[in-house]
Design a protein around this ligand. Structure first.
Ligand SMILES: Nc1ncnc2c1ncn2[C@@H]1O[C@H](COP(=O)(O)OP(=O)(O)O)[C@@H](O)[C@H]1O
Ligand SMILES: [Mg+2]
Length: 365
């Protein structure tokens, strides 16, 4: 899919901004604090209906009542007009001018893969961040997964409330707990099997990408560490006492983790900044392929502040790969000095300053 044109109204530091994007690479060049990330964020919000870094109302330009993002997106066999409006009254999403009542019918039409500097916390940070990262990706491409996840959370909440009552002695009969535990085990099974399949596929692709990006001997492996995997119901039952004592469910997808192995050692403790960046990039590129395999259409790739951290050879290598893969990418950077001319000639370049974006023409004017 390609965003042909996009317009923002009162989004962050943008007043009114319309852009015609290239179907290939688009560079947003500007100093810090000018609005580069804000622009990527607008595209993200258009696709996923919420930001990855703040609440809805923070997205509205200071002193304004609402914000609107609108784009024409070319999909494999059709064009679609997508629009989102956020205000104190809530959010409204529209496709081809028609309001879409359920967000789950809207999300997943415009697929986005984002590399954000925040993602660098992923490798060494807490498991919560890793679960969130993979859940967002899976949820974008698999509507059932989103539904299963919310069903799971609902049953988990019921079970935890009951466990609290049992912990305090207010409830002693275990009949209801048995019923809920059985329900929970079914929900867990669905989530775990989806995560397992997904990580298997993404992991194989990411391992290849990592080699390509780094040209080093280090092998990379993505692994899934489910907190329970086999005989789920029996395991849950055998741990009921611990759950009652602690008043909460200690095993399940909400306690899962993922690991990133470099030459068979966990990267959590040892990966350098550069290696972490390459791990995330390798995963992002794998996700792009994965979405393509499912939908026969490439997602939009947003790369925020990734280039300056790579050496020149790796920058150009990555950009060439993106060009050859044929997807649309929007890339922020503070400068283009290190990027080879033939790459720039095939791309659109936009200057960003004080919430205003202007396309550069290639003769430098
Ligand atoms: N709701 C908002 N209304 C107006 N300006 C905002 C809003 N939110 C953030 N900004 C401004 O956006 C700027 C940061 O933009 P950002 O896209 O993060 O910059 P960068 O180019 O470094 O990525 C800051 O000047 C900030 O004050
Ligand atoms: Mg930024």
């Amino acid at each position: 899919m390609k965003i042909l044109n996009i317009s923002l109204n009162d989004f962050r530091n943008y007043l009114k901004q319309s852009l015609l994007l290239s179907p290939g690479l688009n560079f947003l060049v500007g100093q810090n604090g000018e609005g580069k990330t804000n622009f990527l964020e607008a595209i993200y919000v258009l696709g996923l209906s919420k930001s990855y870094r703040s609440e809805d109302l923070d997205l509205i330009r200071f002193q304004c009542d609402y914000t609107k993002i609108k784009a024409i997106v070319a999909m494999k066999e059709r064009q679609m007009d997508m629009q989102i409006v956020l205000s104190e009254l809530g959010k409204k999403v529209l496709m081809n001018g028609q309001e879409v009542k359920r967000l789950s019918d809207y999300i997943g039409n415009l697929n986005i893969v984002l590399f954000a500097p925040e993602d660098l916390n992923l490798v060494k940070g807490s498991p919560v961040g890793r679960r969130y990262f993979f859940d967002i990706i899976l949820g974008q491409v698999d509507r059932n997964y989103l539904k299963n996840l919310s069903d799971f959370k609902y049953v988990l909440k019921q079970r935890n409330e009951l466990l609290k009552q049992m912990q305090s002695g207010a409830q002693k009969d275990t009949t209801l707990l048995d019923v809920i535990t059985e329900q929970l085990s079914q929900e867990i099974e669905k989530i775990i099997s989806a995560r397992q399949k997904f990580i298997q596929i993404i992991g194989e692709k990411a391992a290849i990408n990592y080699q390509f990006l780094t040209t080093k001997k280090d092998s990379f492996q993505l692994t899934y560490l489910p907190s329970i995997s086999e005989n789920i119901l029996d395991t849950l039952k055998s741990r009921v006492r611990t759950d009652i004592l602690s008043g909460t469910t200690n095993y399940g997808p909400h306690r899962d983790d993922f690991d990133f192995l470099l030459s068979d050692k966990s990267a959590k403790g040892l990966a350098s900044q550069g290696e972490q960046r390459m791990i995330i990039l390798a995963i992002d590129l794998a996700v792009i392929d994965y979405i393509f395999d499912l939908k026969n259409d490439k997602p939009i790739f947003l790369l925020d502040d990734v280039l300056s951290e790579l050496d020149q050879e790796k920058q150009n290598r990555l950009l060439r790969y993106l060009i050859s893969s044929g997807g649309q990418a929007i890339i922020t950077t503070t400068g283009l000095n290190e990027i080879e001319n033939d790459i720039l000639r095939q791309s659109k370049i936009f200057k960003v300053a004080k919430g205003y974006i202007k396309e550069e023409t290639h003769n430098g004017s």
